[in-house]
Design a binder for this molecule. Structure first.
Ligand code: NDP
Length: 310
């Protein structure tokens, strides 16, 4: 099978790229990947995507984007790219470890995933008080007490943002020194709504009696070994993100954290391979910015193909 454009990933970046590429007559193949719809599928209510004044559910928004892309001729396949070969053109993309597709160009939109602690109680309460996105979910914690886990820039940014809504924000960190930049540290230290819980790790997220919301955190002091309960109604993770770039290692340039390095606009280090969304953006990580970069990648791709006479 040969395609003009293969889009890997189906979050806001991949599907917006698909809308633009299909409207340009390129009939893109979209490989939806292991989590079709991307990170928004784990978000209940999206209130900051322009055009939805009363908010929209993450799955609903992604479903509408997929339908919009297929209406113009994009083919969305419930397949994952398991290997790529960008050494020569046409590029090769392997699907689900078996079939291969040849592509004149590739748009990578595989996203990134927030890291979680991995506790069963945390998984059970995801979307019910456990979140990894203060910008998405902070609004729901007006007047409540919340905890943020981590000591890096992400955790401190989340904590600062949450003080707009929350009554108190507890920053729970496993050491007694922050990893975040000095500027961020000064900002957080000056914020009277933030309290620090040092040398502590979460052993369990405690739910209310019905198991439907967060009631507290069971913390363990790593120095003394003693346990205590922190009464909060929300837990936000700020322990880092992992870009989904495993299959691109050795094929295109990645930065030290594994994000795709863009050389010019949405171009990667390989001509004809473009990237958009969180996989190339450790800074904004928003559905709107991902969608915008998806449009840009499709436009860059279309122009590049035209320059090749394809
Ligand atoms: P970091 O890797 O910098 O920090 C992760 C934090 O989480 C660390 O404090 C780490 O603890 C803690 N942590 C990691 N795993 C666990 C765990 N299992 N349990 C408890 N705590 C854990 O990630 P960030 O996402 O904060 O930042 C990534 C990069 O992005 C950095 O370079 C950062 O500067 C940058 N960034 C920049 C921003 C900006 O400029 N505005 C905003 C956000 C990020 P420990 O310190 O003990 O290792």
């Amino acid at each position: 099978m040969q395609r003009k454009v293969v889009i890997i990933g189906s979050g806001p970046a991949g599907l917006t790229a698909a809308i633009y590429a299909s409207r340009a007559g390129l009939s893109p193949l979209v490989l939806e990947g292991p989590a079709p719809g991307g990170q928004l599928l784990t978000t209940t209510e999206v209130e900051n995507f322009p055009g939805f004044e009363n908010g929209v559910s993450g799955p609903e928004l992604m479903d509408a984007m997929r339908r919009q892309a297929t209406r113009f001729g994009a083919e969305c396949r419930f397949s994952s790219a398991t290997a790529v070969d960008f050494a020569s053109r046409p590029f090769m993309v392997e699907l689900d470890g078996s079939e291969t597709v040849q592509a004149d160009s590739v748009i990578i939109a595989t996203g990134a995933t927030a890291r979680y602690l991995g506790l069963p109680s945390e998984t059970a309460l995801r979307g019910h008080g456990v979140s990894a996105c203060a910008v998405c979910d902070g609004f729901f914690f007006r007047g409540k007490d919340v905890a943020v886990i981590g000591g890096g820039d992400t955790a401190l940014e989340e904590a600062c943002y949450l003080t707009r809504f929350a009554n108190r924000v507890f920053l729970v960190h496993r050491r007694d020194q922050l990893r975040a930049s000095k500027a961020m540290q000064q900002r957080i230290m000056a914020n009277p709504k933030v309290s620090f819980v040092w040398n502590s790790v979460v052993d369990e997220v405690i739910s209310d009696d019905e198991g439907k919301s967060v009631a507290g955190l069971l913390l363990r002091d790593v120095k003394s070994g003693s346990s205590s309960v922190l009464a909060v109604q929300g837990m936000f993770l700020g322990i880092g993100h992992a870009p989904a770039t495993e299959i691109f290692k050795g094929q295109i340039d990645l930065d030290e954290q594994g994000y795709i390095r863009l050389s010019h606009h949405t171009s990667t280090s390989i001509e004809g391979v473009f990237a958009c969304g969180d996989v190339a953006d450790s800074r904004y990580r928003q559905a709107t910015t991902a969608a915008g970069s998806g449009a840009a990648a499709a436009i860059d791709c279309e122009r590049w193909l035209a320059d090749q006479g394809e």
